[in-house]
Design a protein around this ligand. Structure first.
Ligand SMILES: [Zn+2]
Length: 173
């Protein structure tokens, strides 16, 4: 396993529609393992393949937050929301591609998601709470959408300008 570089917004790769995965090849399994390792190291609770420059429909997540609870690393190929609740939830979201920026985003409180797991087996599960927000945030990445796209234009532009500055500073190091 190896750590991958996380792409920082703005970047054209974060605005692309990602392609479905046909077969779960050893290369893709390795990519999923790398993404989990990269996510835990960040640290973060979710990561989508385009954030490491792979334009494929693959996300990883682990929203177990309570100290002492066993981790639950999840790998989801071709994840799809098959049902969303009318009830919504507001969470303060952040993103590993938009470091240190947080904002409230309203989303369906519960979603049912189908996907293919790392062994190639179809899965379906209903998520609520932080898991529901996280899985929707990560699936958005596969469609070129970021959480700041839900914010008002002025706030979005402010965050984007900060990221441009951050990237310029990083490039100088
Ligand atoms: Zn994100």
């Amino acid at each position: 396993m190896s750590l991958r570089d996380i792409i920082i917004h703005p970047d054209p790769r974060l605005k692309k529609l990602c392609a479905p995965v046909a077969d779960i090849t050893p290369d893709l399994q390795r990519l999923a393992d790398d993404m989990l390792q990269t996510m835990y190291a960040a640290p973060g609770i979710g990561l989508a393949a385009p954030q490491v420059g792979e334009l494929k429909r693959l996300i990883v997540m682990d929203c177990v937050k309570k100290e002492g609870d066993p981790p639950r690393p999840m790998v989801l190929f071709n994840p799809e929301v098959t049902w969303s609740s009318e009830e919504t939830n507001v969470y303060e979201e952040g993103c590993l591609s938009i470091p240190d920026q947080y904002a409230d985003v309203e989303r369906p409180a519960e979603v049912r998601v189908s996907w293919i797991d790392q062994t190639g087996t179809p899965q379906e599960e209903q998520f609520d709470g932080l898991w529901a927000t996280c899985v929707q945030h990560e699936i958005d990445h596969l469609n070129g959408k970021l959480f700041i796209d839900y914010l008002r234009p002025l706030k979005r532009q402010l965050i984007t300008r900060k990221m441009v500055k951050l990237k310029r500073e990083k490039a100088r190091l």
